[in-house]
Design a protein around this ligand. Sequence first.
Ligand SMILES: Nc1ncnc2c1ncn2[C@@H]1O[C@H](COP(=O)(O)OP(=O)(O)OP(=O)(O)O)[C@@H](O)[C@H]1O
Ligand SMILES: [Mg+2]
Length: 292
Amino acid sequence: MHDPQAHLAPIPDEFEGDYPIRVRGLVNRFDDHVIHDGLDLDVKRGEIIGVVGGSGTGKSVLMRSIIGLQIPQEGSIEVLGRSITDARDDDDIDIRSQWGVLFQGGALFSTLTVAENVEVPLREFYPEITDELRHEIARYKVLLSGLPANATSKYPSELSGGMKKRAGLARALALDPELLFLDEPTAGLDPIGAAAFDTLIRSLQETLGLTVFLITHDLDTLYEICDRVAVLADKKVIAVGTIPELLALDHPWIQEYFNGPRGRAAKDAQDREAAHVVKPNPEAATSAMEQE
Ligand SMILES: Nc1ncnc2c1ncn2[C@@H]1O[C@H](COP(=O)(O)OP(=O)(O)OP(=O)(O)O)[C@@H](O)[C@H]1O
Ligand SMILES: [Mg+2]
């Protein structure tokens, strides 16, 4: 049987650059509530890695640990060859400009327009650039995220759920990051809006050469755009691999998740698409965006 943990053998130094995220022996506890207990994970450069697990298994806490917002009790985390767990404050500012984050729930500043939201990280990291250039970069990121130009001057309350996600994505891309962290980006979107968002993520990943850490419950997203999937259960990453590799494992949660009715429906949809019985309809995706 495929050994899902095989890739967790020590990585020789010359391959370090191929794994922009490396987590070893991560322990996170809140009082006596143990969330992670010796969690290991390697993310390969240029992949979209899906992170799945039941609600409350610690997916968001894992993401927050990797980006330095949650200080773990034990373990080491390296991002782009730099230690996050040992980071000093002055290292911190530098490394934070190399990733973009779309948090669960979006979290746009409600008193700022879309463009002003995108400008927040630009102001923080590049205070020296002119107002004109900053506006231009923000506008470009908004368009890149599939929003119409007139969305730049809108406030979050004037946007649909799907548009808010795209605005959050534009802000995550503001600094031209190498790494993109997305926490449940398609939650709350209708299936067509979610599929359009998936397509956008895949095309941005390809054109910008991003490595994407994508937490999701959405089985269609996993099948459509993830190169590998990491499964969180029992306080660890219990398996990492392609979906066929995971399906070969006999862990009950994995079997229930991927082989339950929803998992089978997502697989069938992908099989049909692969056989061109159902062709993806780009017009449907476009009209979904217009409706958002
Ligand atoms: N700051 C905190 N203080 C105390 N407990 C926390 C804190 N943050 C998270 N937790 C707890 O850690 C556990 C894991 O939370 P986390 O948000 O990572 O789950 P999740 O896997 O992202 O779940 P979901 O799929 O519902 O988003 C939960 O039991 C949560 O209540
Ligand atoms: Mg979460």
